[in-house]
Design a protein around this ligand. Structure first.
Ligand SMILES: C[S@@+](CC[C@H](N)C(=O)[O-])C[C@H]1O[C@@H](n2cnc3c(N)ncnc32)[C@H](O)[C@@H]1O
Length: 231
């Protein structure tokens, strides 16, 4: 994360990998699992049917975080796993936590990988922390992925009280720069030339969007025009 533009919440969260791990525990286990799904009996809308996506594939984990927690499905079934993050501390933590992964420091907008070097690239809970438009991020991930780009992202409704409450919550606990709606992300995927194979919503308040985007059709033609997409 670029230290100059990061919010206070981001600087705090990513200053030490243990803070991010604690935050994931508080949100995923305490709030979602114990309080919303347990106490209030809300439907957890668990993400399923993802194993087949990664079996035997060359997978790239983008904006990987420290590697000891994840907000998206495990990629452990992959044949080879590479990963990158922009933060030096996070990369070092991921190298310690995931000794079998090839982890390096990189900016998602300028990846040091060849076209189609991976079969599948995943990016979990990171689009909203990157100041650039999601179109530019997805286009660069698609460049290095021969089959699919997969994302998990917290989305907000287009308007209304629930949107305002979620944005307030994110400002306090997350500090991201841009929270997309489901419709915005689908439109961006389509502008970048990615084929939406799956787009489902998960978690007790259904605010986590999981999408599988095919990169194969008209890949080269679409990549170059992506920078023009509007935020
Ligand atoms: C909320 S964490 C998500 C970590 C992990 N993907 C997960 O699911 O838990 C967001 C990560 O994005 C990384 N990040 C932010 N901007 C980036 C960029 N331009 N390039 C690469 N990584 C970036 C941060 O350093 C941070 O580790």
């Amino acid at each position: 994360m670029a230290k100059t533009t990061a919010s206070f919440a981001e600087r705090f969260l990513f200053s030490k990998p243990v803070f991010y791990k604690l935050k994931c525990f508080l949100i995923q286990t305490v709030i979602w699992k114990w309080i919303l799904s347990g106490l209030f009996r809300m439907n957890p809308r668990v993400l399923s049917d993802t194993d087949g996506l990664f079996v035997g594939q060359r997978v790239l984990v983008a904006a990987c975080g420290p590697g000891d927690v994840t907000t998206g499905p495990s990629v452990d079934a992959a044949a080879e796993i590479s990963a990158f993050d922009i933060s030096t501390e996070v990369v070092q933590a991921c190298q310690r936590n995931r000794p079998t992964w090839k982890v390096r420091q990189a900016d998602v907008l300028h990846l040091p990988y060849a076209d189609g070097e991976f079969d599948v690239t995943v990016i979990y809970s990171a689009l909203h922390h990157i100041p650039a438009n999601a179109a530019d991020v997805l286009a660069e991930l698609a460049r290095v992925s021969s089959k699919r780009v997969v994302f998990m992202e917290g989305v907000v409704p287009p308007k209304g009280l629930f949107r305002r409450l979620l944005l307030l919550w994110y400002r306090i606990v997350d500090g991201g720069v841009h929270y997309y709606t489901r419709e915005e992300l689908l439109e961006i995927a389509s502008k970048v030339g990615l084929k939406v194979e799956r787009a489902t919503q998960h978690g007790p308040i259904a605010h986590m969007m999981f999408a599988v985007l095919g990169t194969e059709p008209s890949k080269n033609a679409s990549r170059s025009s992506s920078n023009a997409s509007a935020r």
